[in-house]
Design a protein around this ligand. Structure first.
Ligand code: C2O
Length: 533
């Protein structure tokens, strides 16, 4: 294996989209940012230099960071931010992982434009468990606001209300033509009769997305850097944080075909419905030729999403077994949802909050990982509730008191403990999907359903053989999902909704995993250039 060095200069760059120009925060002046390429077992060193006026940190989403939590990146969870003018070298090893992941800023709303792909190739001489594609392409889906993104969320925090939705979605940084702005979208050149692998990443802040290509089937082969049993579909569903690799075989002819990404199931009140488009362009076809169009499912097409999600199975081959924990040490149930708390300084005297088990997470002033490693008291408590504090019907009756409790509370696990975690959407204000992301681990989704989780009946139907393994899971609107993982990575690991607005509102918590007794079971010390608060 190799050591690979990258340098990320985080700089402002004037960028034109939707026929207007604004400065955006970028990696090396690029949007989306440059792709990191490495092989399984390689070590990556990324020197991040902060040239902008904001505090900064970067997260390597899905990289397990075994014993190297200091390089994970969420600000105030595992590190203090890199201050303007400062730099920090993220140093980590890609242990036992291969596939598509991504990186993004993990502070403020900077990830809107500070993000890019991570491609982890299998070890040399280890083939993919599917036919080798002719070519591989990165497809990053995103969102674009005409106004300054930090201003959008700051306004919302002042008012206590929801922020403005984005003005467009993007495919590799481009919305494609939209009413009022006939700009050119992204073009993917292809040859006839070949198979391509698309590494699709949902980097949008607040939208689950449908993705589709006119006239072409997609064969799903991997999600969140784990292989799945291949299956064919017209449309994929992808939540913020998730990645999906698909094979696309081009036919013998020529032509141009629309590639489309559009939202799935916002809150019912949201009005955002802009489809981003790109073009699959067969070589030899005239640019002026008509494009074969397609339309994505409507945004409330829950059945499309459910069919897609229920088709996902771990490959579970001899070489890539699904090691689902069978004996469970901690059986947890977390409710996730929105609430309303008093806010004397907000326009309505109240503000929207979000919570897990009724705890709205309060960010600490120094990083939790430092507090844990150096035994600094008063930063967090280890009493995060493993079950909802009050039981009620999570999906039909609205509670009369929406208020949540605030706290920096963590759930403590011993090294190698196994966890079963049921994530139950409460739909207290409105049912919404919540893509929950767990740092530091992959987990298996052993079950999901609509309505209330039934602790007696539902576990009987769990798939403990070949459940999909991932790092970000969509908790269905008005329903639940059950995941299992083994706490074999010491440190402090953030878990949060990957809808950025919900993270901001407090839909987040962290697990603290103590060191084990063995020689390779403890958190390494922080690097010497570790940022100070
Ligand atoms: Cu991709 Cu904590 O985030």
């Amino acid at each position: 294996c190799m050591v690979r060095h990258y340098k990320f200069n985080v700089v402002l760059k004037n960028t034109t989209r939707l026929c207007s120009t604004k400065p955006i925060v970028t990696v090396n002046g690029r949007y989306p940012g440059p792709t990191l390429v490495a092989r399984e077992d390689d070590t990556i060193l990324v020197k991040v230099v902060n040239h902008v006026k904001y505090n900064l940190s970067i997260h390597w989403h899905g990289i397990r960071q075994i014993r190297t939590g200091w390089a994970d990146g969420p600000a105030y969870i595992t590190q203090c931010p890199i201050q303007p003018g400062q730099n920090y070298v993220y140093n980590f090893t890609l242990t036992g992982q291969r596939g598509t992941l991504w990186y993004h800023a993990h502070i403020l709303w900077l990830r809107a434009t500070v993000h890019g792909a991570i491609v982890i190739l299998p070890k040399r001489d280890v083939p993919y468990p599917f036919p080798k594609p002719h070519k591989e392409e990165i497809v990053v889906l995103g969102e674009w606001w005409k106004s300054d993104v930090e201003a959008v969320i700051n306004e919302a925090l002042k008012s206590g209300l929801a922020p403005n939705v984005s003005d467009a979605h993007t495919i590799n940084g481009h919305p494609g033509p939209v009413p009022g702005c006939p700009s050119k979208g992204y073009t993917l050149p292809v040859k006839p009769g070949k198979t391509y692998m698309l590494r699709i990443i949902n980097a949008a802040l607040n939208e689950e997305l449908f993705f589709k290509i006119a006239g072409h089937q997609l064969t799903v082969v991997e999600v969140d850097a784990t292989y799945v049993k291949p299956f064919k579909t017209d449309t994929i569903v992808i939540a913020p944080g998730q990645t999906t690799n698909v094979l696309v075989t081009t036919h013998r002819g020529g032509g141009k075909y629309m590639v489309a990404a559009s939202p799935f199931m916002d809150a019912p009140i949201a009005i955002d419905n802009v489809t981003a488009t790109a073009t699959l362009h067969y070589s030899g076809s005239l640019t002026s030729a008509a494009t074969t169009l397609t339309s994505t499912p409507p945004k409330n097409a829950t059945s499309v999403a459910t069919n897609f999600i229920s088709s996902l199975r771990s490959l579970n081959s001899k070489q890539y077994p699904a090691n689902v924990p069978l004996k469970i040490d901690h059986s947890l149930l977390f409710t996730v949802g929105l609430g309303i708390n008093p806010c004397p300084t907000c326009v309505n005297g109240s503000r929207v909050v979000a919570s897990i088990n009724n705890v709205t997470f309060v960010m600490p002033k120094i990083s939790l990982l430092q507090a844990h490693f150096f035994n600094i008291s008063g930063v967090f408590t280890s009493d995060f509730p493993g079950n909802p504090p009050v039981s009620f019907n999570y999906t039909s009756t609205q509670v009369t008191n929406f208020a949540t409790k605030q706290g920096t509370r963590l759930y403590r696990l011993a090294y190698n403990d196994t966890v079963q975690l049921v994530l139950q959407d409460t739909g207290m204000i409105t049912p919404e999907n919540h893509p929950l992301h767990l740092h530091g681990f992959n987990f298996f989704e052993v079950g999901r359903g609509l309505g209330n989780f039934n602790p007696k009946e539902d576990p009987k139907k769990f798939n403990l053989v070949d459940p999909v393994e991932r790092n970000t899971i969509g908790v269905p609107s008005g329903g639940w999902t059950a995941i299992r993982f083994r706490a074999d990575n010491p440190g402090v690991w953030f878990m949060h909704c990957h809808l950025e607005v919900h993270t901001t509102w407090g839909l987040k918590m962290a697990f603290v995993v103590d060191n084990g007794e063995g020689p390779n079971e403890s958190l390494l010390p922080p690097p010497s250039d570790f940022p100070k608060c």
